[in-house]
Structure formats: structure tokens, C-alpha cells
Ligand binder design. Structure first.
Ligand code: SF4
Length: 356
């Protein structure tokens, strides 16, 4: 009786999640069409509203993002409708995908200055190609193994920032767990880019690059301007040199700290680097959104530079940095997983060993 009531509740919650997923899918489609047909609005909506919200959302509610991400919802349609191939990925293949996703992240972001930040149709093509990869991979491989927890270039950022979720939500995609990925990032407490006792070589490289390199990469990225009308191709080298040079410095610092302070302080060090990365992002991004950026007009949503006092950006910078220091390091909140693991699929032979 209780079980029946529980399954009715879960069923109802799935319906609500589907409604929210469809809504976000429609918002995503709207932005995509704006990028093509009215690029000025599309660029603001995508690069100056959606993307600046994302890092904070990943810090406080990674699971919410995992449930409503339009790309995840589109890519998993084949699995929901029961016509995907559900192929299992080997741990080695997963590690390879995770390394490629980190490389993609570092290679694509600098191109925002060269092309994407100022070109709506180019951004639409980038999104279109990403959707294609996500759909094909999720059609071929089981649940989130190949895309959402594999090749998606946002996934390494989720694992770095998603250290303390505000709440543990139900998993709005997986109705039962088939252990599609080892280790499941959604259902594992204290997940981070270097999580896993027996790490594959590729996982060690991708995790180290992500944690150690990301703060410097962000700092360097904000010291490059946006280019218009294709002139950015002439400055491609410097567009990459700044973020990669700064990334090398923080990477060396991370490796040194990790070696010096040993395993005992690994979590503390990871939290510090996650804090540095997300704080640096908002340190530069929030002033730029309101017309106080290093390069006026780059990434500006609304120009408040003439109507707000000169200390306004400092208030934004200091308050966000204090918040992230507190949330990721001082806050006593128990670390939880991003989402609740659904019941294991007992029909699936490959997981019988896990649940017995
Ligand atoms: S909950 Fe299970 S099926 Fe869903 S992504 Fe995690 S491991 Fe895969």
C-alpha cells in the first residue's frame, strides 16, 4: 500500500518535471531562433543572461540544473521513449570522454572573444552542433553515460562547482538506475573532478587540469577583449595565450599544494580552487554586465555606468566573493549528492552484483 502511494507520488513528480523541462526546452528554442533571426536579442539572452546565471546555479543547486538543462532533456528523449541503443560504456571510454570534454571546454571558451560573443548565427551553429552530438551519443549509449556525464563541456564545471548542493532533488530523468556510469555524478556525495579511488590516467589529467587550471583560465579570459566582424581571427594567438598562461600558473600552484598538503586536505584545496574560479568569474562578469567592465561594452546587458556610483561594481564583487567563500568553505551544510539515486533496475544483470 505504502509502496503504491510512493510510486504514485514519484509518478506525479515526474509529470511536474516534464512540464518544467518542456518550458525550459521552449525557452531554449526561443533563444536559438533569436540568435539566428534577431541576433542582438539572442546574444543578450544567451551570453548576457543565461550563461552568467549558470555558474551560481551550479554552485547552489547543481541537481536542479541537471534536471532542467534543455540539452540534457533533448538528448535523453530517445531513452525516455525507449528507442535508444543503451550500449554500455567501458570505464576507460568514460575517462577518455571526460578528458575530451575538458579539452573542448578550454578550446571553445576563448573563441567567444573571436566569434561567438558577437555573432548570433555562429553561436546558433555552435549550439546546433552540440545538440547533434548530445542526441547521437545519448541515442547510442545508456542514459547519461556518454553525454551528460561524459562529453558535455559543462560537466567538468558542474563537478568543480557542485560541491555543496542546497537540496537533493529526485532524479527527473532516470526512472531506475542501471549504473550507466561509474561513478554516477548525480547520485554520489562529495563528487569532484578527481573523485574515484582507482582513477584512470585520463581522469587524473582531466581532473587536475580542471581544478588547478580553471581559476587562472578564467582570469586570463577576462583580460582579452571581444572582436567584431571577423577581425578576431588576426588576434587568435593572444586570445589563447592569456587564459593558457594564467592557467599554467594556477595549475602549478594546485599541483604543488596537493603534493605538499597530502590527501588529508584534498577537499579543502579543491574547495579553495572552486571558490577562486567562480569568484573570479563574477568579479569580472558582474561589472561588465552593467557597463563597468575592463572593456566597455563587451558583455554588457544594461549600461549603468552613468547612473550608478563608481563603488557599485566593488559592492557586487566583494559580496559575491564573500558569498562563495562562505558557501563552499565555511558553510557547515552537509555535503549531499546533486540528486537522489532512483531504485536500481533489478532486471538489469550488470548491476545485480551491486545490489546484492
Ligand atoms: S542514476 Fe543510475 S542510470 Fe541515472 S545517470 Fe546515475 S548511474 Fe546512470
Amino acid at each position: 500500500m505504502i509502496l503504491k502511494e510512493k510510486s504514485i507520488l514519484v509518478g506525479r513528480s515526474f509529470i511536474y518535471w516534464r512540464i518544467v523541462q518542456v518550458l525550459f526546452g521552449l525557452i531554449g528554442l526561443g533563444i536559438f531562433l533569436f540568435l539566428i533571426f534577431i541576433p542582438d536579442i539572442g546574444i543578450h539572452a544567451f551570453w548576457n543572461v543565461l550563461i552568467p546565471i549558470a555558474p551560481a546555479l551550479l554552485v547552489v543547486a547543481t541537481g536542479l540544473w541537471r534536471n532542467i538543462c534543455p540539452l540534457a532533456s533533448i538528448s535523453l528523449i530517445s531513452r525516455h521513449l525507449g528507442f535508444s541503443n543503451n550500449k554500455k560504456l567501458k570505464v576507460k571510454q568514460q575517462a577518455k570522454l571526460q578528458l575530451i570534454s575538458v579539452v573542448l571546454l578550454f578550446m571553445i571558451i576563448p573563441l567567444r572573444h573571436t566569434l561567438f560573443n558577437t555573432n548570433g548565427p555562429a553561436t546558433a551553429i555552435l549550439i546546433g552542433v552540440t545538440i547533434l552530438f548530445a542526441v547521437v551519443l545519448s541515442f547510442k549509449y545508456d542514459w547519461k553515460s556518454a553525454w551528460c556525464s561524459g562529453l558535455c563541456p559543462i560537466h567538468p564545471v558542474e563537478k568543480l562547482y557542485g560541491r555543496k548542493s542546497l537540496f537533493e532533488l529526485p532524479n527527473a530523468h532516470c526512472s531506475s538506475c542501471v549504473n550507466c556510469v561509474s561513478v554516477c555524478p548525480d547520485s554520489t556525495t562529495n563528487i569532484h573532478p578527481l573523485y574515484k579511488k582507482k582513477k584512470k590516467f585520463n581522469q587524473r589529467i582531466s581532473g587536475t587540469l580542471m581544478i588547478g587550471g580553471f581559476p587562472g583560465f578564467i582570469w586570463g579570459w577576462f583580460h582579452v577583449q571581444d572582436y567584431y566582424n571577423g577581425e578576431g581571427w588576426q588576434y587568435l594567438l593572444s586570445t589563447y595565450v592569456y587564459p593558457f598562461a594564467a592557467m599554467t600558473i594556477t595549475l602549478v600552484l594546485f599541483i604543488t599544494m596537493k603534493k605538499t598538503f597530502a590527501k588529508k586536505y584534498e577537499n579543502v584545496i579543491i574547495n579553495l580552487f572552486a571558490t577562486a574560479a567562480v569568484s573570479l568569474y563574477y568579479w569580472y562578469r558582474l561589472p561588465a554586465l552593467f557597463g563597468f567592465g575592463l572593456f566597455p561594452s563587451d558583455g554588457m546587458l544594461v549600461d549603468l555606468s552613468n547612473s550608478m556610483p563608481s563603488w557599485f561594481p566593488s559592492i557586487l564583487q566583494i559580496s559575491t566573493t564573500i558569498f562563495f567563500i562562505w558557501w563552499l568553505n565555511i558553510n557547515k551544510k552537509q555535503t549531499t549528492s546533486w540528486l537522489l539515486r532512483p531504485p536500481y533496475d533489478k532486471q538489469n544483470k550488470s548491476i545485480v552484483n551491486i545490489i546484492t
